[in-house]
Design a binder for this molecule. Structure first.
Ligand SMILES: [Zn+2]
Length: 70
């Protein structure tokens, strides 16, 4: 469920504080955005787990940062 002001962070209600939810929104939107693969340059990179990124196009798996590939 989304709310107009806090977006996907709305599911937390008023918990965790404004600042943390704001940070979460940034991280969450970056996670969903899709990153381009360093090998095939397609935007098919998804986060597999924290720091591990996987390209569904060329099956390239690589290490990156927790919330963004590099
Ligand atoms: Zn690729």
């Amino acid at each position: 469920m989304k709310t107009k002001k806090v977006g996907a962070a709305g599911r937390f209600g008023s918990r965790y504080g404004k600042k943390i939810r704001k940070n979460f929104l940034k991280v969450e939107s970056e996670k969903a955005a899709g990153w381009s693969c360093p090998r095939c340059l397609k935007k098919t990179v998804k986060r597999e787990s924290a720091g591990i990124w996987y390209c569904s196009s060329c099956r390239h798996k690589f290490a990156g940062k927790a919330y963004k590939p590099a």
